[in-house]
Design a protein around this ligand. Structure first.
Ligand code: C2E
Ligand code: MG
Ligand code: MG
Length: 595
């Protein structure tokens, strides 16, 4: 009866364009009323025909809001581009038994003009019904057709609202997604590539916005959008999907073609643009992702392009392709961040302790508390992985408080079993944003009757201190009370003795990357020896982390390093195992000879 291929296209379009939105119907009511009035008919309708039914989104003179598809006369009318009229429905076997004809409405006459999109697809009709047989004159047919075009124009206008970006006038992210949805519903063959690009880095945009106001920045974005459009020309529609982000998709282009196109685009984009009177160098970072025209691919496409584009931003590359592995890593991080609070409540976290030994007499002097997390689905997750993730969340201070609580409770137990045995804790920069940190530490120490001198706080080296103004006063308060401050992972990054004078440091922990394999690397040997000597001259004690061989231990001892920590001496272990080990060492029968 009706063409099912255009049927699925129509249903897709109706969905994508949100034609059933009641606000749209209300906006169309005056046209429906005008139709009833002009043609002097009791019933005028705007009927949208989907797979199984027709909905009257605007109606005059009819109580029902729709009918099922089989009772729809309009279903016949949408099959042609012309007005369909039936002078007397009772005389036509297709409609003689139609409920509108035989039911209380007693409809006899029908004329319907299809509502055609620009691509020629009929969404439904503007139709007239009368209770007496009638034939429209050619002029009336033309008038009805014109009114149907007015309906379509109004619909398109309404539908494009909220789908354009004000600054550039380009279709926005909602339109991008709507067009993708449509593509997926049409389920065409072929392969596609979506590209997302950022033309301004957030810092420059912010600086320019603050200095010049938003107008010049917007002008700059407009110029950028014109450049993108001029390179793409007829190849793709450009969408403005974020403040300085544009997107488009390409059809049947292989990787090399996409890369060549993006090279051309970058060339064009890299020329300076004016923001007010300041010439600015636009950025160019793009993320690209291949996809098929199926919902499973298109639903998540912007996110995938973002993953790829963020990679390009981080590596300062022009273009990065989406990678499943990278995505999986990001999602895993996100999962860790979102599961951590529950993990803490459900006791999935625990502490292990790695003893540290004096290189002067071989005795264990303290243990470093190290966090462990056994995730119920992912299994053990290393703190090297989850700490950097949680440091970006609001949970970090709570987790650190948990560590302080548990570690100090353990230290209190050790003061009975192993008097004088110390403990070191790792604190992250985020912890110093918590103004109550120092107070909490000191309250806990007092509650357990512990001298502050048994506790050591490890902070990583680095410039983070400048970004955390609360840190230095808190560190000073701790040091004044007798807690020792250690710089962890020294030598792993941008090492600098200069900033140490700002912080009351007593100890430097030389990073494992310099210590492990020390005996085989001349550079590491030179660095470690220099660090130990300089630290000693500056009055800092030194601890070498990651000691894995006797050769490393001998060299460290030779250079005058004070303490060592590493798998050679003891691995991180439970509190009970650490107690036994320290006990045995003190009793003169250490598991391993370390001195
Ligand atoms: P870190 O503070 O530098 O801790 C030393 C890390 O080196 C530990 O890794 C330890 O198990 C490992 N290690 C010790 N000796 C050796 C060795 O000989 N060979 C090798 N290959 N590794 C050795 P872990 O426990 O995986 O912790 C990694 C990092 O996570 C820590 O590095 C620390 O930065 C962070 N972390 C652990 N627990 C906490 C915590 O409670 N709070 C905070 N903020 N960070 C923590
Ligand atoms: Mg540490
Ligand atoms: Mg370390």
């Amino acid at each position: 009866m009706w063409d099912s291929s255009s049927d699925s296209d129509r249903v897709a379009l109706i969905d994508a364009l949100n034609v059933m939105d009641p606000a749209l119907g209300r906006a169309l009511d005056p046209i429906t009323e005008l139709a009833a009035f002009t043609f002097d008919v009791p019933i005028a309708l705007i009927s949208i025909v989907d797979a199984d039914s027709q909905r009257f989104i605007s109606r005059v003179g009819l109580a029902v809001e729709g009918t099922d598809r089989h009772a729809s006369i309009c279903s016949w009318a949408i099959g042609s581009a012309q007005v369909m009229q039936v002078a007397d429905l009772r005389e036509d076997p297709r409609y003689a038994q139609n409920p509108l004809v035989v039911g209380p409405e007693q409809v006899r006459f029908y004329a319907g003009a299809p509502l055609l999109t620009r691509s020629g697809l009929a969404l439904g009709t503007l139709c007239l019904m009368g209770r007496a047989p009638r034939v429209l004159s050619p002029l009336e047919v033309q008038q009805l057709q014109t009114l149907a075009r007015v309906v379509m124009a109004q619909m398109e206008l309404k539908m494009s609202m909220g789908r354009r970006e004000q600054v550039t006038g380009l279709p926005n992210r909602q339109q991008f997604q709507a067009d993708l949805d449509l593509l997926a519903r049409r389920a065409g063959d072929g392969h596609f590539t979506a590209v997302l690009l950022d033309v301004l880095d957030a810092h420059s945009a912010n600086d320019a916005g603050q200095a010049l106001g938003m107008k010049p920045v917007e002008a700059l974005l407009r110029q950028s959008s014109l450049r993108v459009q001029s390179v793409l020309q007829d190849q793709a529609q450009v969408y403005h999907v974020g403040v300085s982000r544009f997107a488009f998709f390409l059809v049947d282009q292989d990787r090399t073609q996409v890369e060549a196109l993006l090279d051309r685009l970058r060339e064009r984009m890299r020329r300076p643009l004016m923001a007010g009177s300041v010439p600015m160098l636009p950025q160019f970072h793009a993320g690209a992702c291949h996809f098929k025209a199926v919902a499973a691919d298109t639903n998540d496409l912007i996110r995938k392009c973002l993953v790829a584009m963020q990679h390009a931003v981080q590596t300062d590359a022009c273009l990065c392709w989406y990678s499943d592995e990278r995505d999986a890593r990001l999602r895993r991080r996100y999962r860790l961040a979102s599961d951590a609070a529950r993990g803490l409540a459900q006791h999935q976290f625990s502490l292990v302790y790695q003893p540290r030994f004096s290189l002067h007499d071989g005795m264990p002097v303290a243990a470093e508390a190290l966090l462990r997390w056994v995730h119920p689905m992912l299994g053990p997750v290393s703190p090297g992985e989850f700490i950097p993730v949680l440091e970006r969340t609001a949970l970090m201070p709570a987790l650190s408080r948990w560590v302080v609580d548990h570690a100090l409770a353990q230290l209190a137990l050790w003061q009975h079993a192993l008097p004088g045995f110390g403990m070191s804790l790792n604190l992250s920069p985020r912890d110093f944003d918590d103004p109550g940190l120092w107070e909490m530490l000191s309250t806990r120490l007092q509650a357990h009757g512990l001298p502050a001198s048994l506790l050591e706080v490890e902070i990583t080296e680095g410039e983070w201190l400048q970004g955390h103004p609360g840190a230095v006063p808190q560190l000073r308060a701790m040091a004044t009370a007798g807690i020792r401050i250690a710089i962890d992972d020294f030598g792993s990054g941008y090492s600098n003795f200069g900033y140490l004078s700002e912080v009351p440091i007593s100890l430097i922990k030389i990073d494992r990357s310099l210590v492990t394999g020390l005996a085989r690397s001349r550079t590491s040997r030179l660095k470690v020896e220099a660090i130990i000597k300089l630290a000693r001259q500056l009055g800092y004690r030194t601890v070498a982390e990651g000691v894995e061989s006797d050769a490393e231990l001998s060299l460290l001892r030779l250079w005058g390093c004070d303490e060592a920590q590493g798998y050679l001496l003891a691995r991180p272990m439970t509190a009970d195992a650490a107690t036994l080990l320290v006990d045995a060492c003190r009793a003169g029968s250490p598991g391993e000879d370390t001195a």
